[in-house]
Every structure is written in C-alpha cells, then in structure tokens.
Design a protein around this ligand. Structure first.
Ligand SMILES: O=C(O)CCC(=O)C(=O)O
Length: 288
C-alpha cells in the first residue's frame, strides 16, 4: 500500500495522480489525542446499545441514531481539504456511518462496485472508464487498526476483467460472498487516525473474516457542488433534518447539513436511489 507523508492542506500532484489511477489515497487525519477523543465518545454511546453478532452501520447524523459527540468529524478541515483536492470546491457531506463490531464478529461482503442501489438497466458501462468524471469520494477513518477494506486498484476506470467477470457473473454489481479470490485485490490495513479516500466504483469489499480485534471506523461520503451528482449521492435521509433537529446540532454540523439540504433540493433526481441504498445497508449490516 502506498503511503504519503502526513501533510495538512493541499494534495500533491503525485497524490492526485495516485487517486486518479489507483482509485484510493491514504492520509493521516487524526493524531493520538483526536483518536482517543472519538473512541471515548463511541464507547459512551455504545453503552446504551445492545451488542450484536453483526457489523453495525450506525448512521450517526440521523436523529434517533445520532452520536452527537462524533458528528463534528464531518467538519474536519484536513478531511475537507483532501476532498476539495480530489473533487473541487463546494464539498457536501453525504453518507455518514459508524462501522462497529467487537472481536469475534464474522464480517464478509462479496466484491462489489457501489452501484447496488441502481436498477440493472440503468448501470452505464461508461461510468467505469478513464474519461468518466466521478463526483463522489468515500472515506474510511479507523479509530482502531482496521484491515477490513479491500480494493482492486485501478478497477474504477475499466470494465471488469476476466477474473472479475468470472466471479461477478452477468451483473456489474456484486460477486457472491463465497466466490473465488481476486489476485489483484489489495487489503488496506490502516492505523488508527489514518484515512483511506476511495472511489467506490472501484471493485472493493468489506471483509475481515472472524475479527480478531474490535473495529471502530468512521465512514463518510462526499460530493462537490461544482459537478452534477453521480447516482451515489443521496445516502443521507435529509427528510429527517427538521428545523428542530438542525437547531439542536453543533454549529458546524448544522451548517454542513444545511448545505446538504440545499444541494439535495437542487438535485431531486437522486432521491429515487436513496431508498435502494437504505435497503442495501439493512441487508449487509445491523443499522440500529
Ligand atoms: O469498509 C467496509 O467495511 C466496506 C464498505 C463498503 O464496501 C461500502 O460501503 O460499500
């Protein structure tokens, strides 16, 4: 895995090239104290929730599931600077989940591209080409050592190759969980506080087997107002963001969600994909 030296602010040409060609970029975002603050916040929040034998995917910006003491991660300037470097100005937060599982949980997804929410006949092969402008970036920010994310570098800008086609079959979406291994698949093992920014049209999967250690990872998605949305924009349930809820939030979180609402109002066409996406989450994870 290529590691770039920690540096705040703008991305180097080399980092941008790596993201464009390989489909991912690893950067340090939080120092030890930052990691410890969020771990303590998660532990406090978990005390009120029953443990489970599944990976949980807690949408921590939604009222009812909110973990208020980690919400300000969406305002982290280093994360936003990386997203601006990759996508452009006007960064809008979209998906926001906490992946959480205790040691012993068995976590296996099939290799997939994140087009699971798109009806088959609307998946456009042009999306997986060098020339397509993909206006979305996903990020995993682990607070514990995390080796659950696997990716096939470069697969976002080409059709499935023969090995991938053999495991995917006649769909562009997802291979069965027990399909054969992909030799080009790379496991990204991240240290607490490092983040991986990735193109989620690349072939990837969450796969830990039976976890040896606890997993706590913050998972975010971002879009830029400079370009039209891709089908992946529209993960957050904006219908739950009432004035009452917004006014109860920290100012920077409130502003980020207001900006999300404004962008969703500009692009009502993405709403149709929201329901499909929520169905996928319920199938793959525990979501409450
Ligand atoms: O980090 C993970 O567990 C995988 C996440 C993933 O595959 C996804 O969100 O599509």
């Amino acid at each position: 895995m290529t590691q770039f030296p920690p540096s705040a602010g703008t991305l180097s040409d080399e980092e941008r090239r790596h993201f464009r060609e390989q489909g991912y970029l690893v950067r340090r975002i939080l120092d030890e104290a930052g990691v410890a603050r969020y771990v303590a916040a998660v532990e406090e929040a978990r005390r009120e929730r029953a443990d489970t034998q599944r990976m949980s995917n807690l949408q921590f910006l939604q009222p009812g599931k909110a973990i208020r003491s980690i919400q300000d991660v969406i305002c982290n300037e280093d994360i936003l600077a990386v997203c601006r470097g990759l996508l452009g100005e006007g960064i809008i937060v979209d998906g926001a989940s906490l992946f959480h599982a205790e040691a012993g949980v068995d976590y296996r997804q099939g290799w997939h591209r994140d087009v699971l929410q798109v009806p088959d006949d609307q998946v456009d092969p042009n999306w997986f080409s060098e020339h397509y402008h993909y206006n979305y970036v996903q990020m995993n920010l682990p607070l514990t050592v995390d080796g659950c994310l696997w990716i096939v570098p470069g697969s976002h800008r080409r059709p499935l190759n023969a090995a991938e086609r053999a495991v995917f079959g006649n769909t562009e979406k997802m291979a069965p969980v027990n399909a054969a291994e992909l030799d080009e698949g790379v496991q990204l093992v991240l240290q607490p506080g490092e983040a991986v920014f990735y193109n989620n049209y690349a072939v990837h999967r969450g796969y830990g087997g039976v976890l040896k250690d606890r997993r706590i990872t913050i998972h975010l998605g971002f879009h830029s107002t400079e370009h039209d949305p891709t089908c992946h924009f529209g993960v957050l349930d904006h219908t739950e963001y009432t004035l009452e809820y917004l006014s109860s939030l920290q100012p920077c979180v409130r502003e980020a969600l207001r900006a999300h609402l404004v962008e969703r109002a500009r692009h009502p066409e993405v709403n149709v994909f929201h329901a499909y996406h929520q169905q996928f989450l319920k199938g793959e994870f525990k979501t409450t």
